[in-house]
Design a binder for this molecule. Structure first.
Ligand SMILES: Nc1ncnc2c1ncn2[C@@H]1O[C@H](COP(=O)(O)OP(=O)(O)OP(=O)(O)O)[C@@H](O)[C@H]1O
Length: 825
């Protein structure tokens, strides 16, 4: 095999997994760098065609994961793009006019071969996310790791549909801006760099913001259905990441810029095989035409003798002019569908891949960042600043101030001072320079963390829910406790002097309407109780032994949850279910009486504990306020007495001490006593506050678990446990969507919180991905016009004040219903 030059476009082949792999016709070399095709000639026909091919490429990926594709193919390109390029670009009204493209990843192949799968992946599955979401994650991880640089990231998403360009992020704008963006996009060139006039570049400060943009664009892509692919992309899409980087170390005005294009081409298709007609056929014609122009351009680029390429022959080739080879680090993934009936398409894809391999690419090395020189400059500047500081200190008569790093002894001394300060044994901490201030803050941080740990340990050790015999009784009591606790949370308690912050609860008008919730919950409970009395004979509802829940969130918790969710004494109810699934809230009640009975108990127990803590908290606050009022009154009386004494003239004893009367003495003593009570209560109040937040946390976890188990149970009972295929899209994503039926327990704000917590419990790295997913779903559900016929209430997103509020912050989106595809691919 000929030696590959480093300065050429890299080409990889990825096979779509299939059970009908054409092993007689397709052979992948052992080194995974060769792919041979052998076509069996027809028996009856004299065939003079070439029947054997061998293609040498950089690597063949056969049945590999999305992660491997990203790590082997795309990561390097992303890294190179982050490293930047010495360029310059100019913004005008948030529209990029000029930027060098440093990296391109391109997916090419026949329809249905897995290009979109490779590039974007499943938007609803974190594990199966494609190159773009992974590239964004890697990009922001790198940015966060490079503290010495300040990065600005902008995103654009361009679609080329029937040779017309379209901004996929236009729907984020308000209607007025949207109208502006409707203007025709056009391609411009400056110094060999390509830009799309009118295309919006959106700032993305975090991975989540960037993913929001990706998902928004994905929902706007043109998608169609034909025989070979139910969700076929009918357009070429270019996802552009623009990175601007400034050094924090030098005051240099220069900055590096780079652009990464992630291109998902529409798939070539043979009309006879896809049975395309009407719109789909017209689209296919445009797709095939633009791809053959692309082939032509690539052919010209790979031919050293030709120095002209017809880039302007189509929008696609023009838009990609500076993205293929040349100064751009280009990587192509050729997707093939290795089944015998697609052999011709496979050969044609591999041919294109081979041509692409000959396109020269000489990425320019970034020259701007020279860390050695930067550090030298930094040291020099540091020396100058120190000298200046010394002069300044001398002029200000501040002798002996040292700016050198603190020694271990000095650090220990500061730490000890901080400790004594916190314990109340020291009034002031001696600091003379900024290093000492920093050291003091660090010590405070350490003290704070250790205290937190101690408190946490203390509560974990302390709280174990006792077994309860009469659960139902307590359950009914609980509601009144909750309502009392909320109504008791009034008044304020402040510091002794009354000059600082006030403690207490938020004003009534700012609180969530709990009464409504309680009424609703109560009526649902009653309904459930009636149902349970009817079914008394059923062993399903027989009393289960009380469950105790350790506050330790350890294996013990897990075991208990496991025990709770698998009550062995419950009969299998699956077969008794009606064929039509019941409404979810009825099913939920059912679940709480059967499979979820123990989990529900734990949940309610915890809720009760929380309610009682809140009650104590409110009572204590009221008591503190009373004490505070009494302190104020007593202090006033004492002051009054003192003034009276002073007016009458002071009496002194032989030692020169002031003599006061009995009444004034009692007032002073009472004042001391009240202050003592106040302090004790205040400490207890603060500690209760921590306990409440701990219990609240635990309650949320129980709630999440209950709802998860409910989803599983519901699927098993009513959807035959089938989580794919037969289930409607809405059902599929129900596990990540808050649903109205869960209102049995909580109001909208709580649901929102629960949803976030549910996500947090999962892999932390996946948080931005999942959050962006939810944001996009929610945005589209909120803004779907009512004329679409579907009631948005079905989704469970619309009820609840907090959602409405959130809606008002989001820009309205107008959806093109013809072109919108489901978020679930
Ligand atoms: N590597 C893979 N692993 C799992 N599923 C795959 C893989 N590649 C493709 N698929 C599945 O094959 C189907 C078609 O894939 P995809 O839509 O990505 O093809 P495409 O090349 O983008 O087609 P088109 O050009 O028509 O848009 C999808 O259901 C996708 O999930």
């Amino acid at each position: 095999m000929p030696q590959r030059s480093l300065n050429q476009v890299k080409v990889f082949v990825r096979t779509r997994p299939t059970n009908n792999f054409a092993s007689d016709a397709i052979t992948i070399g052992r080194d995974n760098r060769t792919i041979s095709i052998h076509r069996v000639a027809s028996n009856n026909v004299v065939d003079n065609k070439v029947n054997d091919w061998a293609f040498h490429i950089d690597h063949v990926f056969h049945n590999v994961s999305q992660e491997e594709i990203f790590n082997s193919v795309a990561k390097d390109v992303v890294d190179r793009t982050i490293d930047g390029y010495n360029g310059l670009f100019v913004f005008e009204q948030n529209q990029l006019l000029f930027a060098p493209c440093l990296g391109t990843i391109l997916c090419y192949g026949q329809t249905g071969a897995g290009k979109t799968h490779t590039m974007t992946g499943f938007t609803e599955s974190y594990q199966n996310r494609g190159v773009i979401p992974r590239a964004l994650q890697h990009l922001y991880q790198q940015i966060n790791a490079r503290q010495e640089f300040a990065y600005t990231v902008r995103i654009a998403y361009l679609e080329i549909y029937n040779d017309q360009m379209c901004d996929l992020l236009r729907t984020i704008d308000s209607p007025a801006e949207y109208q502006q963006h409707q203007q025709q996009l056009s391609i411009g060139e400056d110094a060999g760099f390509i830009y799309v006039k009118g295309l919006s570049y959106r700032l993305a400060n975090t991975e989540e913001e960037a993913l929001n943009l990706l998902f928004e664009g994905e929902t706007n892509r043109a998608v169609g259905q034909h025989v070979l692919n139910k969700q076929s992309s009918r357009s070429h899409c270019i996802f552009t990441i623009l990175i601007e980087c400034r050094s924090m170390l030098s005051s240099d005005e220069k900055y590096t810029t780079s652009k990464l294009n992630l291109v998902d081409l529409a798939g070539s298709e043979r009309l006879a095989k896809t049975n395309s007609e009407g719109v789909t056929k017209r689209e296919a014609t445009f797709i095939n035409k633009s791809l053959s122009f692309l082939e032509q351009v690539v052919l010209n680029l790979s031919d050293k003798k030709t120095n002209f390429s017809h880039f302007r022959s189509s929008k696609l080739t023009h838009a990609l002019k500076d993205s293929i080879g040349g100064r751009c680090h280009t990587v192509m993934i050729a997707n093939i569908w290795p089944e015998i009936q697609y052999l011709e398409e496979t050969v044609s894809t591999l041919r294109f891949a081979s041509r692409m391999m000959c396109v020269p690419a000489e990425p320019t090395v970034n020259e701007i960042v020279d860390p050695v020189r930067a550090i030298e400059n930094y040291k020099r500047e540091n020396r100058h600043l120190k000298e200046e500081l010394a002069i300044h200190d001398k002029l200000a008569n501040r002798q002996g101030v040292s700016y050198d790093p603190l020694t271990t002894e000095q650090l220990n001394e500061i730490e000890s001072q901080c400790r004594r300060f916190v314990e109340g044994n020291l009034d002031e901490i001696q600091v003379r320079n900024i290093r000492q201030v920093q050291a003091a803050f660090n010590s405070f941080k350490t003290i704070c963390r250790n205290t937190e740990k101690d408190v946490d340990k203390k509560y974990r050790d302390r709280y174990v829910v006792a077994e309860k015999q009469d659960y139902e009784h307590q359950d009914s009591q609980k509601l009144s406790v909750v309502s009392q606790s909320t109504s008791n949370l009034t008044g304020t308690a402040g510091e002794l002097d009354g000059q600082s912050f006030a403690l207490g609860t938020v004003p009534k008008e700012q609180r969530v309407n709990k009464e409504g919730l309680i009424k609703m919950t109560r009526s649902k409970r009653q309904a459930a109780k009636q149902a349970s009395t009817k079914d008394k004979a059923s062993p399903t509802l027989s009393k289960l032994p009380g469950t105790s829940l350790s506050r330790n969130q350890t294996a013990e918790d897990e075991q208990q949850f496991a025990r709770a969710k698998e009550p062995s004494d419950l009969p299998e109810i699956k077969d008794q279910r009606p064929s039509t699934p019941p409404n979810r809230s009825t099913a939920f009640e059912d679940f709480k009486q059967t499979r979820g009975v123990n989990l529900n108990k734990i949940y309610l127990e915890n809720k009760e504990i929380l309610a009682s803590k809140k009650k104590q908290y409110a009572e204590l606050a009221r008591r503190i306020n009373q004490t505070k009022n009494e302190i104020d009154r007593t202090r006033e009386d004492a002051e009054h007495k003192k003034n009276e004494r002073l007016r009458m003239g002071e009496f002194l004893n032989d030692n020169g001490e002031t003599i006061i009367d009995e009444e004034e003495y009692e007032l002073i003593a009472r004042l001391q006593e009240l202050k003592g009570t106040y302090r004790t209560d205040y400490e207890q109040w603060k500690s209760l506050q921590t306990e409440i937040s701990y219990c609240q946390n635990l309650l949320n976890q129980c709630q999440n678990r209950l709802l998860q188990e409910y989803d599983i149970w519901y699927n098993e009972c009513y959807l035959n446990g089938n989580n794919t295929g037969t289930v409607e899209g809405d059902e599929l994503i129900s596990s990540v969507k808050p649903s109205n039926e869960y209102q049995v327990y909580d109001d909208a704000a709580e649901r929102f919180e629960r949803m976030q917590k549910e996500l947090l419990l999962a892999d932390l790295d996946s948080m931005p991905f999942r959050q962006a997913q939810i944001n996009t779903n929610r945005r589209h559900v909120f803004n779907a016009p009512p004329i679409q016929g579907k009631s948005t209430n079905n989704t469970g997103y619309r009820s609840g004040g907090s959602y409405r509020q959130e809606q008002s912050f989001l820009p309205p989106i107008t959806l093109n219903t013809n072109r919108q595809k489901s978020l679930v691919r």
